[in-house]
Design a protein around this ligand. Sequence first.
Ligand SMILES: NC(=O)c1ccc[n+]([C@@H]2O[C@H](COP(=O)([O-])OP(=O)(O)OC[C@H]3O[C@@H](n4cnc5c(N)ncnc54)[C@H](O)[C@@H]3O)[C@@H](O)[C@H]2O)c1
Ligand SMILES: [Zn+2]
Ligand SMILES: [Zn+2]
Length: 380
Amino acid sequence: MKGLVYRGPRQVAVEEVDDATIEEPLDAVIRITTTNICGSDLHMYEGRTSVEEGKVLGHENMGIVEAVGPAVGRIRVGDRVSVPFNIACGTCRNCTSGWTSFCLRTNPTEGMDGAAYGYANMGPYDGGQAEFLRVPYADFNLLSLPPGDQFEQDFAMLSDIFPTGYHGTELAEVSPGDSVAVFGAGPVGLMAAHSAFLRGASEVFVVDKESDRLDLAKQIDALPIDLSAGNPVEQIMDQTHGRGVDCGVEAVGYQAHDATGEEHPELVLDNLVEVVRSTGAIGVVGVYMPNDPGAANEQAKQGRIGWEYGTFFSKGQRMGTGQAPVKRYNRQLRDLIIDGRARPSFIVSHELSLDEAPAGYANFDARLDGWTKVLLHPGQ
Ligand SMILES: NC(=O)c1ccc[n+]([C@@H]2O[C@H](COP(=O)([O-])OP(=O)(O)OC[C@H]3O[C@@H](n4cnc5c(N)ncnc54)[C@H](O)[C@@H]3O)[C@@H](O)[C@H]2O)c1
Ligand SMILES: [Zn+2]
Ligand SMILES: [Zn+2]
């Protein structure tokens, strides 16, 4: 089969790779109809992770069940399914308490709980930017979708970024009437803004410097804050009569940069501590790494980031972090899509074939105007 393979910094190629097969009795093999490129893939693409050459990338997958192992009962061949990016066993201590993103069984990497498809440090699993994908513990992990091809773009957001954006608002404890600041207007930030409104937020600020992404924020009635026009904290303080916001979501990650493009891994954490009112909660879904060999200084290379912890403590704030447990939210978000109350596809900008994926990576990585979310259709 064909798959998109990591070949080194800013090098990916579509190659013949080993077929996805049933390896364990609880496995399924999925024929991929849609798989997305994620901002998380860019950390690998830019050479800022330890991902090994030859890995098939892709953790935002959906498709049709092609084959099932002998112990699979609920899921059947021909079912249309969404594949959460977390690979979870369903029976360990973390899985049974709803934290499938920290499964204790599926990731053999020392010191890392939680596994994913096609990702650095997340276990030996190939990704779904390919014709087929092997899914372990299929009955537990797969989310059933209505047959046909309706809502394909919306459902494609259920494997990662819609639940991840929602998780950001859950960690931030967004409640009806809240004022919310979301940092990052990439796909995850825009999904967090969409989710904040679903939870009844009264106003949602979205901070970035990419005008096309800020326009999308405006399209869903969020208030765009352009950080290249001045300090985003001051801009939000001005618009909230000096009160700041009730809670905030971090949807940028360790490659946060200032208006000139210079990286400061602590920048968004500091901005959030400043702009969230005392006793407010902060949800961090942007990724931070325990090791970042490409970081600007020795401390950051070891994942040590100096941020305003003192002010955070003094303000009595709370912070939640980590990979999102997709399964905790994806069924409910699927049903909001079917009922017409959620439309996460508003961010989709490009639909490409698998062969066009290397160009898709380059353009999305360059944040070229209008390249917000790229969907690949390996079956076409
Ligand atoms: N926790 C999870 O489960 C999970 C899942 C998916 C993605 N992620 C992470 O979420 C983050 C965002 O993902 P994405 O797909 O939206 O990525 P993206 O790279 O497309 O978007 C990030 C956005 O942040 C903006 N940005 C950079 N510096 C900023 C600053 N100082 N203030 C405000 N905005 C700034 C960029 O201009 C960009 O638009 C990434 O770190 C990704 O790895 C986490
Ligand atoms: Zn993703
Ligand atoms: Zn588990």
